[in-house]
Design a protein around this ligand. Structure first.
Ligand SMILES: NC(=O)c1ccc[n+]([C@@H]2O[C@H](COP(=O)([O-])OP(=O)(O)OC[C@H]3O[C@@H](n4cnc5c(N)ncnc54)[C@H](OP(=O)(O)O)[C@@H]3O)[C@@H](O)[C@H]2O)c1
Length: 254
């Protein structure tokens, strides 16, 4: 039996923050499913490493410098990717940052950085990439959200606000482009071991709180993200749009 439902050969996937963590998992997943990958990030050594990882697997990839905070750089990088690959069929909005302090101590500068990266960055990327998808009548946008788009945790004021915003942005994007072949969905991961959550991983009390809060009793393994990214990028999910799919060991089922 073939697996065309989950194959995306001939497609081009752009992954922001593809240089490590869950973005690297998403970039590799896109290549495993057959897409050419525009790996985007700000660290040249990491760009080269992820591109090498994909090409060593027999996949096709090219690295591009991208800072999602700057509209003119976003537009320039997207133009460079279109010059290189000719099209962008799949946009994985993944670049994200966090800062953990109680709300009354939250520095305005960190608030702005989190909202500008995690929420406005997705909007800027969509404005740059989606017109090309609409012109082709096909596209998949995958926005990396979080369980914190749906539930709150202390010290996560800006991050949870940004992810709640991503879930709403996902719905609006989906509604605006539904009739033109562009599907938009979000992924809501629980805690997965990456640099972003290293502080939490190293704090036994917080690490165990996450385990206790999760019906399956553990954090996610980064490789467990692959399946959902492939599903949302592939024909198997063609009649799904505007949804946030939680990959959280049951956390949001409470
Ligand atoms: N890990 C988790 O437990 C978890 C749970 C739920 C949701 N998420 C979400 O998953 C996504 C990836 O998180 P992660 O855990 O993989 O984090 P990570 O390991 O810290 O990686 C974050 C990525 O975002 C990039 N990035 C940050 N600011 C950027 C900017 N201004 N422009 C371009 N790229 C930028 C980083 O690139 P540089 O190397 O250049 O900084 C890096 O590639 C985020 O949206 C996060 O909120 C993660």
């Amino acid at each position: 039996m073939g697996s065309e439902l989950f194959d995306i050969p001939g497609k081009v996937a752009l992954v922001t923050g593809g240089t490590r963590g869950l973005g690297e998992v998403a970039a590799v997943a896109m290549a495993k499913a057959g897409a050419a990958v525009a790996v985007c990030g700000r660290s040249q050594p990491d760009l080269e490493r992820v591109v090498r990882r994909i090409t060593n697997m027999g996949g096709k990839a090219q690295g591009f410098f991208l800072d999602v905070l700057d509209r003119s750089k976003v537009n320039k990088t997207v133009a460079d990717i279109l010059d290189h690959f000719g099209q962008i069929d799949i946009l994985v909005n993944n670049a994200g940052v966090n800062y953990r302090v109680p709300l009354l101590d939250f520095p305005e500068k960190e608030w702005d950085l989190i909202i500008d990266t995690n929420l406005k960055g997705y909007f800027l990327m969509a404005q740059a990439v989606v017109p090309g998808m609409l012109a082709h009548g096909y596209g998949k946008v995958i926005n990396m959200s979080s369980v914190l788009g749906a539930v709150g945790l202390p010290m996560m004021a800006a991050y949870a606000s940004s992810k709640g915003g991503v879930d709403q942005l996902t719905k609006v994007m989906a509604l605006e482009w539904a009739k033109q072949g562009v599907r938009v969905n979000a992924i809501g991961p629980t805690y997965f071991e990456t640099e972003l959550v290293a502080q939490v991983r190293d704090d036994a009390e917080r690490f165990n709180f996450i385990n206790d809060r999760t019906p399956m009793g553990r954090w996610g393994h980064p490789s467990e993200l692959e399946g959902i990214v492939i599903f949302l990028a592939a024909p198997a999910s063609d009649f799904i749009t505007g949804q946030t799919v939680y990959i959280d060991g049951g956390w949001t089922a409470w």
